[in-house]
Design a protein around this ligand. Sequence first.
Ligand code: IPD
Length: 276
Amino acid sequence: MPTPVSPVADHLPEQLADLAASIAHSVGIRVRQMREGGVSLTGTKSSPTDIVTAADEEAERLIVRALVEARPQDGILGEEGASREGTSGIVWVIDPIDGTVNYLYNIPAYSVSIAATVSAPGAFFDGRRAISGAVYNPVSDELFTAWEGGGARCNGSAIRISDHGDLATSLVSTGFGYMVEDRTLQADVAAKLLPRVRDIRSLGSCAYDMCLLASGRLDAYYESGVHAWDYAAAALIAQEAGAMLLGRDDDTPPGGPLLVAAAPALAPLLRAAVTP
Ligand code: IPD
């Protein structure tokens, strides 16, 4: 006899997406309010350009508090150091402000990113995949959400990638790491790609970039050196909107070494153009 499926487990990804969305929204509003009082820098990480603000730290504290209250059995991994072991198998991967440099300069392209992930060896570079996620840009008031198998949405309406398959007429977005050595290589790759595409954008928030891709406002995105908290939620949103995600080669899952996202016809062409 088949094991009955619990209705709660059945709807869990959707419920977790709702939770992620509600926390990303409320914390995003707070992040935007804090910006009105100016930005206070509290430190740097990998290089002097890799900054941390008081708002990053406060936002991470608020997200962790809300998650622990709602789901005390889950683990948490946050960009600003949050780390909590769980027992449920679900680990929340959070970026309190993705696009911190934009936040510093008051450029309206930063977002709060929250994903519920499960262990899935080989799925992404860090061996986990998101089952639910939300990315909120509090300046544009765009709340992107997805759960596995449920499609992707912006402010509740279904979104879809551009389905563009031609590299030469693609608008491609990318980002740059904070380390000089990484940037030297990234600049080289971008310089070679630029004559081969419609144009390149660098918007400064991996999560927001991938949500724009998910809503058809960019044709492709690639970056090397991204961290799980940058892409965990947005990669699911892009995938659920129809994007194909690729890593450096067929044996390497998307993630740190390279993350390429685009329509299935375009992703392999872009990967070939950005790998030596
Ligand atoms: C950064 C942004 C940027 C990307 C960097 C990330 P942060 O995240 O997503 O677009 O190019 O690789 O580190 O530091 O603003 O959270």
